[in-house]
Design a protein around this ligand. Structure first.
Ligand code: ATP
Ligand code: MP5
Length: 274
């Protein structure tokens, strides 16, 4: 039977991150994609020019519209913008008894624009994180959530354990920005650390030398949701998603003047990054 995955996230007009990256990932993996848009960004590869949040009422209406009509197998949540939007998402997830929730706690764009209000942090922690089957912060987001620096691999291993105490079933801490401090440069492996209360695992791949990493976090979390929708267990879903994101970065696109986006269709789209 056709599997369906929903993304609850912001729109990136440049097509590289947010809703657009999520829907491309779902399509490339053969899952039917639905969307609830939380915010519209005027954005391209060089940065975010403007942000306009959707009203909480309209977010709630989108959630009710999709769940009242369609059986949804997994949900990925990305940019949630503000407290009020988080609250209606939480209500919707509870009301529709949603399963397979992947929460990417997006806070800042790669280019440095804020995508979550500062005061929304506590609502995210208290209300949304406890509903997630997995959260997928990067180093920066983990540092904000824990209010302490998460910089080294050892910090990552401690952080995943602390983060699971916030009530989510598991944590995948992404090391895309991990540096080898003795060499003062990015690590040669792209290492992510996972913890589910029992197993502490690492998922790693060779780091691709490219500046085209726009939308990597969105792509990765959507791929995890897609594999959960197919019925894979969490560890298998992450392993497959890690292969997917690595391929999408190896074939990333040289589009625009800034960091280019991941490539979801590299058998069709041959243009490659440097
Ligand atoms: N250059 C690279 N080569 C291979 N894998 C990478 C590279 N950069 C990031 N990754 C991997 O991509 C995934 C996304 O990680 P990253 O830490 O970049 O997330 P993020 O910062 O949330 O992404 P975004 O750029 O969307 O904000 C992780 O699996 C990470 O290990
Ligand atoms: C709408 C939206 N959602 C998420 C991101 C994060 O992606 P990145 O960190 O690659 O800029 C983004 N830039 N825009």
């Amino acid at each position: 039977m056709l599997k369906k995955a929903l993304t609850i996230a912001g729109s990136d007009s440049g097509g590289g991150a947010g809703i657009q990256a999520d829907l491309k990932t779902f399509s490339a993996l053969g899952v039917y994609g639905l969307s609830v848009i939380t915010s519209i960004t005027a954005q391209n590869t060089t940065g975010v020019i403007a942000v306009e949040d959707i009203s909480p009422t309209m977010v709630a209406k989108q959630i009710d519209a999709v769940f009242s009509d369609i059986q949804i197998d997994a949900v990925k949540i990305g940019m949630v913008s503000n407290r009020e939007i988080i609250k209606v998402i939480v209500e919707g997830l509870r009301k529709w008894d949603v399963k397979n929730i992947v929460l990417d706690p997006v806070m800042m764009s790669e280019s440095g624009s804020r995508l979550l209000d500062v005061e929304a942090r506590s609502t995210l922690i208290k209300e949304l994180i406890p509903l997630a089957d997995i959260i997928t912060p990067n180093l920066f987001e983990a540092s904000i959530l824990l209010e302490r620096d998460v910089i080294t691999l050892k910090d990552m291993e401690n952080a995943v354990k602390e983060l699971t105490k916030m009530g989510c079933s598991s944590v995948l801490l992404k090391g895309g920005h991990l540096t080898d401090r003795t060499l003062a440069k990015l690590t040669t492996k792209a290492i992510d650390v996972y913890y589910d209360g029992q197993s502490l695992l690492r998922y790693q791949a060779d780091r691709v030398k490219t500046r085209n990493i726009h939308g990597t976090g969105c792509t990765y979390s959507s791929a995890i949701a897609a594999y959960l929708a197919f019925g894979f267990k969490m560890d298998r879903s992450i392993a497959r998603a890690k292969d997917y994101i690595t391929g999408a970065i190896q074939n990333s696109l040289n589009i625009g003047d800034g960091p280019g986006p991941t490539n979801h269709f590299y058998n069709l789209w041959k243009e490659k990054g440097e």
